[in-house]
Write a protein that binds this ligand. Structure first.
Ligand code: ADP
Ligand code: MG
Length: 247
């Protein structure tokens, strides 16, 4: 039996974010509070423009909160050294930026940047299901699915504890998306990585997540275990969102 106390990966406390919009200030996150335990697989859903990417990108300091606090692995986000934080918290996006050079060059990029070598390119290939025959290939010649694997390999290359994933399968066909899903599930189950995955695919959230969060108009409407979220949602907005998504 595992008696180790459950550690908190990330705590959001009344997080607010504003963006200027013409002469006005647009409130994008309106006081989000919530807690994510280490090893949990969370999926964040919600309409386009509801603040999902903004919330995610704060967790590795691509942007900062204007008000409130985000505690990551025991330290307030503003107290983290950015480079140190990004060794612990990796992020991957829908459109993986592929740089000039070979697949190997692309894989070594993050490690060179952070001066932290956790996996060899060969290990990263095996971890992400890419053939190591591709290592000397020009990265720009890879297929969409292979590019997404490469992007993930780069994110995984410094073995961060927390993975932030923003719509990473949205541009992939079903087969490629399922392979990426399997990889993420494996990382969660076998390496106890905390997964925070923004998706617009509710079926994906239903199948994979331990917990689902619904963001609407900058507010966290509901956060619940996956089964409760989909079968017995507490909030009328959640019910409306789920019904709308079924249309
Ligand atoms: P989602 O990921 O849920 O679609 P986002 O977090 O990307 O939503 O965006 C939420 C809102 O914040 C949108 O209205 C978007 O236009 C605005 N926004 C996001 N980033 C910026 C930025 N850097 N500058 C100005 N407005 C932004
Ligand atoms: Mg987004």
């Amino acid at each position: 039996m595992n008696n180790e106390p459950i550690q908190t990966a990330i705590t959001f406390t009344n997080v607010k974010k504003y963006f200027p919009e013409k002469d006005e200030v647009h409130s994008v996150l309106k006081g989000v509070s919530g807690k994510i335990n280490q090893g949990t697989f969370i999926m964040i859903v919600g309409p386009s423009g509801s603040g999902k990417s903004t919330l995610l990108s704060m967790c590795n300091l691509l942007t900062t909160p204007d008000e409130g606090e985000i505690n990551v692995l025991g330290k307030e986000i503003r107290k983290w050294d950015v480079a140190e934080l990004r060794k612990k918290v990796g992020i991957a996006f829908q459109s993986a930026p592929i740089l000039d050079g070979t697949v190997r060059d692309n894989m070594l990029l993050v490690q060179n940047l952070h001066n932290k070598q956790c996996y060899s390119p060969e290990q990263l290939c095996s971890l992400t299901g890419l053939s190591s025959d591709l290592l000397e290939r020009d990265a720009k010649d890879l297929s969409g699915g292979q590019k997404q694997r490469l992007s993930l390999a780069r994110t995984l290359s410094n073995a961060s504890d927390i993975l932030l994933l923003d719509e990473i399968t949205s541009a992939l066909d079903i087969a490629a998306a399922h392979e990426i899903e399997e990889l993420i599930v494996q990382l969660n189950k076998e390496q106890n990585k905390t997964i925070i995955w923004v998706t617009h695919n509710l079926d994906q959230a239903k199948r994979l997540a331990d917990e689902v969060w619904l963001l609407m108009d900058g507010k966290l409407i509901e956060s619940a275990d996956s089964s409760s979220f989909f079968n017995t949602p507490k909030h009328p907005e959640t019910r409306a969102f789920l019904q709308g998504a079924l249309l």
